[in-house]
Write a protein that binds this ligand. Structure first.
Ligand code: FCB
Length: 443
């Protein structure tokens, strides 16, 4: 961990031996093959095919065609030197209607993916739910329906049984906050609803699904570890006023504690719950015993970090740092240090993995801005490790350009460029830079 000199004389920050240098993707964003080998539709297939929902009418029908290019993509990961790869399983590829009979071909794809990673010395990190709820379940209410938590745990159990011998790290949910805030409140993600009260019920059922999946995991022989991947954003007052400090505390409850507390402390934060009206459907959705299920022990926590949040005394968000092409992103590497050390301080000494971190840039190949972004965030992560945080691995978002949800293909987040007309993969400057980082085990 001590700084050493690299050949150019600049200090190098060395990471602990065995640090998990990784990259992340998700199924709907890269796989394509939406109607092949028995895959059923998800809410994202339906949503993206609705006119006007995704920029330029884009869909994930083909995406980066990863389903057909598995071997080449695995070799790409090996050539970068990745030690860890975070991918998600498309629930409706394995269970076309969300439950019932397993689609053997779908399962086989993930089995080959896991094997291919292990053959190349790359540890699989599997996300079970990265937003692609099977459409057949959505027609029964999806996550609005409490039963969805149970359906999810059954699906999770199928995956633990199938891949538990090969997967060391499982993540139940990716960013439940985004499902609630964007899918059910703003309505700009699938399933495109705009109902804040219903959104909070969905959030509770997602948490319950996480808890039931953890329970299912403990009941299997799987030797791995399990947790969730949360999108977290440290919140700060935009000025010194008492009003801004109060608003920052409120924003922290909404952004962070309403997810962290139930998962890691087994209860919703009292100040957040107090903001829910007495007749809020959420209150009826919370049943006796849920808190214990949701708060059952996790082995690790996945942290998706994109930036900080600053709020004024009236509670509005202001950007005090530069943004990326993704205008919601306030780029502030120091926030990562604050976040990681805060988790340790408030939630205990849980092993952490950064499950996503990255930026969109319009720079197609010479993405020096991304290199700077990654370097600064890795330096902040290194500082957190020095401060005693048990950070085990880092997965940049993303391995390759992909379908960026409502933005379609207009935002590129990859370190590997994808020409969507030919599906040719080409290293950007950031990919070559990252390969060197991994080889030296430091920045
Ligand atoms: C995160 C998502 C991921 C990707 C990045 C840019 O919120 O988890 O799928 O879209 O943002």
């Amino acid at each position: 961990m001590k700084p050493v000199q690299n050949p150019s004389g600049a200090p190098e920050l060395r990471f602990p031996e065995g640090f998990g240098w990784g990259a992340a993707t998700s199924a709907y964003q890269i796989e394509g093959a939406a109607n092949e080998d028995g895959r059923g539709p998800s809410v994202w297939d339906v949503f993206s095919h609705r006119p006007g929902r995704v920029r330029e009418g884009a869909t994930g029908d083909v995406a980066a065609d990863h389903y057909h290019r598995l071997t080449g993509d695995l070799d790409l990961m090996r050539d970068l030197g990745l030690r860890s790869y975070r991918f998600s399983i498309a629930w409706p590829r394995v269970l076309p209607t969300g439950r019932g009979t397993v689609n053997a071909k779908g399962l086989d794809f993930y089995s080959r993916l896991a094997d291919g990673l292990l053959e190349r010395g790359i540890a699989p990190v599997v996300t079970l739910f990265h937003w692609d709820t099977p459409q057949a379940l959505q027609e029964l209410g999806g996550w609005e329906n409490r039963d969805c938590a149970k359906w999810f745990a059954d699906y999770a159990h199928t995956m633990f049984t199938a891949l538990g011998d090969r997967v060391p790290t499982w993540l139940t949910l990716n960013e439940p906050k985004t499902v609630v805030d964007v899918g059910y409140t703003a309505g700009t993600h699938a399933p495109g609803k705009q109902d804040r009260q219903l959104a909070n019920v969905v959030g509770h059922h997602l948490l319950l699904g996480h808890g039931l999946a953890v329970q299912a995991f403990r009941g299997t022989a799987g030797k791995g570890r399990i947790g969730a991947a949360l999108s977290l954003s440290p919140t700060y007052p935009a000025d010194d006023s008492a009003a801004a400090r109060l608003q920052a505390t409120r924003a922290d409850a909404e952004e962070n504690r309403r997810w962290l507390d139930p998962l890691l402390l087994g209860r919703y934060p009292a100040d957040w719950l107090a903001t829910q009206p007495a007749d809020a459907p959420l209150r009826a959705a919370i049943k006796d015993g849920d808190a214990a299920v949701i708060g059952a022990r996790n082995d690790l926590l996945g942290v998706n970090y994109y930036g900080t949040t600053h709020v004024t005394g009236t509670g509005s968000r202001v950007m005090l740092h530069p943004t990326s092409q993704a205008t919601w992103q306030e780029i502030d590497p120091n926030g990562l240090f604050d976040l990681l050390t805060r988790i340790k301080r408030d939630y205990g000494d849980l092993p952490l993995t950064i499950t996503e971190n990255g930026m969109a840039t319009t720079n197609p190949m010479q993405d020096q801005d991304r290199v700077t972004f990654l370097r600064d965030h890795l330096a902040a992560a290194h500082r957190a490790i020095q401060a005693g945080v048990r950070l085990e691995s880092y997965h940049l978002w993303s391995l390759m350009d992909n379908f960026e949800w409502a933005e379609g293909y207009t935002q590129r987040w990859g370190i590997v460029h994808v020409d969507f007309a030919t599906q040719k993969r080409t290293h950007k400057a950031s990919a070559d830079w990252y390969r060197t980082v991994i080889a030296r085990n430091g920045v």
